[in-house]
Design a protein around this ligand. Sequence first.
Ligand code: NAD
Length: 492
Amino acid sequence: MPDLFINGKWVDAINDATRTVLDPANDQPLATVAEADSDDVNAAVKAAREAFDSGPWRQTPASERGDCLRAVASELQNRKSELTRIESLDTGKTLLEAETDVDDITNVFRYYADMADKDSGRVTDTGVPNTVSRIVYEPIGVCSLIAPWNYPLLQMSWKLAPALAAGNTCVIKPSEVTPLATIELVKIIEASGVPAGVVNLVLGGGATTGAPMTEHPDVDMVSFTGGLHTGKRIMAAAAADVKNIALELGGKNPNVVFADADFETAVDYALNASFFHSGQVCSAGARLIIEESIKDDFISAVADRARKVKLGRGQDEGVEVGPMVSREHREKVENYIQTAIDEGATLVCGGKRPDDPALTDGYFLEPTIFDDCNRDMTIVREEVFGPVLSVETFTTEDEAIALANDTEYGLAGGVWTSDASKAQRVSSAMRHGTIWINDFHPYVPQAEWGGFGKSGVGRELGHHGLDEYRETKHIWQNISPEPMRWFEGKDD
Ligand code: NAD
């Protein structure tokens, strides 16, 4: 079956090109999908433009748009086991992780279904007699939505659900590395009653398919989640037409552990913060910043557990961490590991591919810990996006805060302490979009997500996540108009 979805029809790429999608657990072909280029993007944007300008979607009552999103949420649950399996195969993540993703995006669709008709603007008191002043929200127009490979369904849904709730039309592109579950999501949207042309799916690489989505003059907004380098390019491309942008970029997230934290719990979460999904998480707690007095015991406890993490195929029983997403990405992470060694960090555990012969074909990498790190090291400054934890130490609260903020990013961070006042002081001082106190990683659709600094522009989720996809308009009416005679009396 063709797998581009343009103007309500499933079609092949105009140039008939295809791409093979690989299973990261064994390097074998999983599927062959269409590979779009700028011709397909042009067709998709044309469909989205026409659907926005003359189609019914933006005039559809917001409550009915909400009903479509609710139908999507129900079908996500009906097809949960199938979607879970596809997402797990495509990304390498475990079935439990993929199932959690499907539950999470169900909640995101439900949240924006409920939000769709809850806030249609406000009336202001102008203070000027005989006037009515209304603030209303309108959709922005045609939105290009571009997602990465680590959370394909989830990152796309954080964009698509609010964009549709607000009445926009969209051209969407998952990562070329992990397109499979998004194809199924679009089938679900098609069945939900969303009209033709409102959601258009293109598949393909960043330069050939993504770039035209950001450069096309008929696109009004670009919402992107991915790496910093790509984000800069997209920002520059959007500037040419002054398009709206929303950028969710990388992170180099501190996990600050004070000596008065509950030791066992902090160890457990430090492990999860850094090695969950092979560390391929934008908010991974990849920088452990730990109070000097407990460092040795803490690192030894985390390393003991890291050595026992069960690597394997994401679909197999008992597996805790799957492979990395691609051969190229594992090589990139291995280069970071070598650089850390060259720059003088102390390798505590991992740092290599597993010895298990059953894992040699997949893109596996052992959980890796580096002690004795400092901010001059590449591994501390740059986003590695793999199962690699760096360790820095502090002795005072101020020092801990300074280290936590010593990054060009500012996506998320954790603080561990049993002192409630200290928790508040430190979390207030940390310059990051999300702070977890005695926790790491949870998010909810009700709360905004996004970064300070180079972690991005704008916010997803929550109220702000809907505002990203709306224009605000002020409508002023003079209800008793009569000549104002401003210029009278100025004649000679
Ligand atoms: P990436 O930047 O390589 O690619 C992301 C998407 O952009 C892909 O669909 C890709 O095809 C497309 N793309 C690439 N070049 C493009 C171009 N010139 N124009 C338009 N589109 C282009 O990122 P990735 O490797 O897929 O994902 C990993 C990155 O994503 C990490 O840096 C991670 O931190 C980030 N991320 C951030 C968040 C967040 O919420 N802030 C969430 C998940 C991932």
